[in-house]
Design a protein around this ligand. Structure first.
Ligand code: RIB
Ligand code: CA
Length: 307
């Protein structure tokens, strides 16, 4: 049976490829796409999500959500995603959002679903947190929460923090405190999901669908990562989707994860105890290894299933 999911995103170049992967994968039943401000402001992330979903031809409601974190100020990341969030790649307009707020839609779906729903967070976790904070008992209707978030080592937004965790640390702390089964795809995992220019050439040569072409153009707009040696750009967000579709491509371990919510330079850091150095019980599954070739092949296969 397909896994029912709600996908919360902030498109965002890697979000775009994650949306395509999710909507092209029969292993998943995407009940809703919810959108937050993150890589760029909400007006742009929402328009991008609508355009991307429309390109796939899949009918799924898209809801607007939070345009700022629970605490603090909204801060975008246009250096990676461009001012429009998709690296300047122009897509046909995707229409209008489904009426209603993301957090309310998440709660309604959780409340009414006959089976537990998987929440996938590839953005600052504000929408997911607001849903669970305002109706905590809905946690029992959550099968698991899979997030692209955090790092056990250096961050990418600051030396200490990964962008999604750093953008709304309190929201991620709410997810951790919810008691829902949590799966983390951290920067160390996504560093293995490196797409090189040659990989994109191979994808592009494999087909000619509009979504494949858009994905190659969007990913091709992302600067090569200096942090990862300047040979490619990591496909962060698709990792969270790929784990649901092909968990055999990953290795993982249980670990205790806590948040640094302080005002200092460590704010937004995910403190991940991979070696059991504290007495804190494991509260998450942390993805560690990725079969890169299998992941890239999965991406190519699914992009070619889209129009
Ligand atoms: O750190 C990577 C994460 O931050 C990804 O979700 C990317 O889209 C940005 O939102
Ligand atoms: Ca994202």
């Amino acid at each position: 049976m397909p896994i029912p999911i709600i996908l919360d995103c902030d498109p965002g170049t890697d979000d775009a490829l994650a949306l395509f992967l999710a909507l092209a994968s029969p292993e998943l039943d995407v009940r809703a796409v919810t959108v937050a401000g993150g890589n760029v402001g909400l007006a742009l992330t929402l328009a991008n999500a609508l355009a991307l979903v429309a390109m796939t031809g899949v009918h799924v409601p898209v809801y607007a959500g939070a345009d700022r974190p629970i605490l603090g100020q909204f801060q975008s990341e246009t250096r990676v995603h461009g001012n429009d969030g998709l690296g300047g790649v122009r897509l046909p307009n995707g229409g209008t959002a489904t009426p209603g707020l993301a957090a309310d839609a998440i709660r309604t779906i959780l409340r009414e679903a006959p089976e537990p729903i998987t929440l996938v967070g590839i953005a600052p976790a504000t929408n997911l947190a607001l849903a669970l904070m305002t109706e905590p008992e809905l946690a029992r209707n959550v099968a698991r929460i899979v997030v692209m978030s955090g790092a056990w080592g250096e961050g990418n937004a600051t030396p200490a923090a990964e962008f999604n965790a750093w953008s709304d640390p309190e929201a991620l702390a709410v997810l951790i405190a919810s008691g829902c089964p949590l799966v983390f795809a951290t920067l160390e995992l996504t560093a293995q999901a490196l797409a090189t220019p040659a990989d994109l050439v191979g994808w592009r040569a494999s087909g000619d669908g509009r979504c494949l072409r858009a994905a190659c153009a969007i990913q091709g707009s992302v600067p090569l990562s200096r942090r990862l040696g300047g040979t490619g750009a990591p496909l962060h967000d698709p990792c969270a989707i790929a784990w649901l579709v092909r968990p055999d491509l990953f290795t993982s371990r249980p670990a205790a994860v806590t948040m640094d919510l302080g005002p200092g330079p460590g704010r937004g850091r995910t403190v991940i105890d991979r070696w059991g150095r504290t007495t804190a019980p494991a509260n998450a599954t942390v993805l560690e290894g990725l079969n890169r070739a299998g992941f890239l092949a999965l991406m190519q296969d699914r992009l070619n299933r889209l129009p």
